[in-house]
Design a binder for this molecule. Sequence first.
Ligand SMILES: NC(=O)c1ccc[n+]([C@@H]2O[C@H](COP(=O)([O-])OP(=O)(O)OC[C@H]3O[C@@H](n4cnc5c(N)ncnc54)[C@H](O)[C@@H]3O)[C@@H](O)[C@H]2O)c1
Length: 258
Amino acid sequence: MLNLTGKKALILGIANNRSIAWGIAQQLHQAGAELGITYLPDPKDRYRKKVQDLTTSLNPSIFVPCDVQNDEQVTQMFETVKEQWGQFDILIHCLAFAGKDELSGDFSETTREGFLRALEISTYSLTQLCGQAKSCMNEGGSVVTLSYLGGVKVIPNYNVMGVAKSGLEMSVRYLAAELGDKNIRVNGISSGPIRTLASSAVGGILDMIEHVETIAPLKRTVTQIEVGNTAAFLCSDLSSGITGQIIYVDAGYEIMGM
Ligand SMILES: NC(=O)c1ccc[n+]([C@@H]2O[C@H](COP(=O)([O-])OP(=O)(O)OC[C@H]3O[C@@H](n4cnc5c(N)ncnc54)[C@H](O)[C@@H]3O)[C@@H](O)[C@H]2O)c1
């Protein structure tokens, strides 16, 4: 029943084979979606080749750079989408950034620069992308973003990223309310902790994973593929009645009080 054949999916956030976006890309591809993939360009060109080599097996029909801090690049990405696809169906927003200094120590020491950068990249980018995507997304389209429990409850060292995720979750609700008119759904997945490039910057990430493995009902954390499966569900007609929600894919950790 989970069939994404004929759907076109734009995926932002693959950095390497540990990325949650890579788990999502594989599961959307397996369900039959045609993929467009972006990478974060950098002066040393570290990501382009790595992401290209990794994703070749999924036959993406679009492969473009996109740094969400660069308005021109975002616009150019959507120009390419319009040229190649006309309209598209699925937008996966699976990216975030905060400096290492912001992800340990006292939250009250967060600099203005660090605060604004974390919220610009991790929170505003969803609104920015939806603003441009809405004119070229098909009815029945779906937007999925990635959040974490640290946006709802205090998690040691998550600091400004918790504020960013809180804003992201509220953005999901406002965007869902607006885009519902076009029958475009917007949802978030709150994933349990997974070792990735981004999470390795969070102080004590291995302790966080170990804690989840002890406390969570399933006595483990989750995998990128499990998050990918939920993303595929949220992008499919099986979830046609769900919008504005944050779904926990965390082995049940969130329900525990102690
Ligand atoms: N790993 C976890 O434990 C975990 C848990 C819950 C939520 N998340 C969220 O999942 C998402 C993906 O993170 P991940 O853990 O897979 O790590 P990751 O490092 O693999 O992915 C983060 C991505 O963000 C991209 N990015 C950073 N700055 C960018 C910019 N300016 N423009 C465009 N892209 C940019 C990076 O290129 C990278 O691909 C993030 O939103 C993260 O907060 C992760």
